[in-house]
Design a protein around this ligand. Structure first.
Ligand code: GTP
Ligand code: MG
Length: 416
């Protein structure tokens, strides 16, 4: 499993699908921004000299500059969001900590998490938190401090507190994954408010269930509400505390089968969010507590506390979950977040082309008009020249005749 630890979260991680797509679409928008700016400069230049561009068209293109800028701004803030739900004490905060390889969020027996906690990457080494509706950064060094800061504030359970954790301490945060931890679904009547406030833009939901009991009605109801508001949400089910099964090995397979069947039925028949084949890739039996302990020991280069029977299998299953989760979230986020941007980008590029095509056609028309005017003028000049030629020839003849006549008359007069 230690080799697995080293391989996880490297640059061939499936999260790179999102990271690379984000870089690519951003590069495309940098190019679009250049084109739009060039076009505006070009239009200003010809606007001064020629009369083919009206000012409305120039304004239309100028507006694209701020639109493209706005898209780039949203794009830079786009991330992959995963939200964790489940009953109190099932281990939601522990699963997040295990994935972050560190004790970031407070966890413990009893009702621990009492508001929404969003963990995202902080650019430098200092972790801090920001309370909802405030801009102030409160420095936190430890989980104890974080828990203390949260208790002190007496927050309502649907409040969101953002925890900024150094990106260099965790690859998932570096790659733009944002984690949302929630209080237990059984401690609030405000599930609708939770969904509207925190779930509509989530790419993946993780239901942290307790393998020692079974899926609860409150947990199921919550996900029924989620899937009625979002079309086919991506849901993973983690049967946590699977280490408990080690104490009753004779029932292990039987219990696992029971949980698996119920979870598949829930996803496929009740929520209708996926096929049974897909559901099999969405259900895992893990122990978050063990994974976190092992990862902390690994970082401190210590051997972890004596391992419970079956630890390795559970550890592999946790890694398998992480891999499938990474694939799912990055694909889903690319689709939901970037599809709109690419439609907008295409629209702007098409509009730009239409406007430039219009200018080109107007310029062609003007050229033709001027050519026609010039032809008319040349025709007139040639006609006048011909006329003049005829007149001069005629005059020449007449003068010739006159001279001859005068000569004849003079010589006749002389003779006489
Ligand atoms: P709330 O925030 O109160 O809703 O709970 P939670 O779902 O966040 O649970 P939390 O992570 O705080 O875990 C509750 C207790 O269960 C803690 O004492 C954990 O150490 C313990 N725990 C979590 N995961 C496991 C596990 O896989 N096995 C065992 N044995 N204990 C676990
Ligand atoms: Mg918690």
């Amino acid at each position: 499993w230690q080799q697995g630890v080293a391989a996880a979260g490297t640059d061939n991680s499936p999260l790179q699908i999102f990271v690379k797509a984000k870089k690519k679409i951003n590069d495309i928008f940098v190019e679009i921004e250049d084109y739009v700016k060039d076009t505006v400069d070009y239009m200003h230049d010809i606007e001064k000299e020629q009369k083919i561009i009206n000012t409305d068209k120039v304004k239309e293109i100028e507006e694209f500059v701020s639109k493209v800028h706005g898209i780039r701004d949203v794009l830079s803030r786009d991330h992959m969001k995963v939200a964790f739900f489940g009953r109190t004490s099932n281990g939601k905060s522990s699963v997040i900590n295990a994935m972050l390889h560190d004790k970031v969020l407070p966890s413990g027996i009893g009702h621990t998490t009492n508001c929404f906690l969003q963990v995202e990457g902080a650019p430098n080494d200092e972790p801090y938190l920001v309370l909802e509706g405030s801009e102030e950064r409160c420095a936190v060094e430890s989980v104890g401090q974080l828990a203390h800061a949260l208790c002190k504030e007496k927050l309502s359970e649907s409040t969101l507190v953002k925890v900024y954790w150094p990106k260099n301490r965790c690859l998932l945060l570096r790659d733009d994954v944002v984690f949302v931890d929630s209080p237990g679904v059984d401690v609030t009547p405000n599930l609708d408010e939770w969904i509207d406030k925190h779930c509509l833009d989530a790419d993946v939901f993780v239901l942290v269930a307790n393998a020692e009991s079974t899926l609860m009605v409150t947990e199921k109801n919550f996900f029924h509400k989620v899937s009625s508001k979002l079309s086919k949400p991506n849901i993973f089910i983690l049967n946590n505390r699977w280490d408990a099964s080690a104490t009753e090995p004779e029932f292990l397979d039987q219990v696992r089968r029971q949980h698996q069947e119920r979870a598949i039925d829930f996803l496929v028949k009740e929520l209708k969010v996926c096929s049974s084949k897909e559901a099999e890739e969405r259900i895992f039996f893990i122990s978050a507590k063990e994974v976190l302990q092992a990862r902390l020991a690994e970082q401190a280069q210590k051997t972890s506390t004596p391992l419970t029977e079956g630890f390795q299998t559970r550890y592999f299953e946790f890694q398998d979950f992480e891999r499938k989760f990474e694939e799912c979230i990055s694909k889903s986020a690319v689709k939901t977040k970037f599809e709109q941007h690419s439609q907008r980008g295409k629209f702007i590029a098409n509009e730009l082309r239409d406007i430039l095509d219009g200018i080109y056609n107007d310029a062609l028309k003007l050229k033709e008009e001027r050519l026609a005017q010039r032809k008319e003028l040349t025709d007139k000049i040639t006609y006048t020249e011909q006329q003049l030629m005829l007149i001069t020839q005629d005059m020449k003849k007449k003068i010739h005749a006159m001279v001859e006549d005068v000569e004849q008359r003079v010589s006749k007069a002389l003779n006489e």
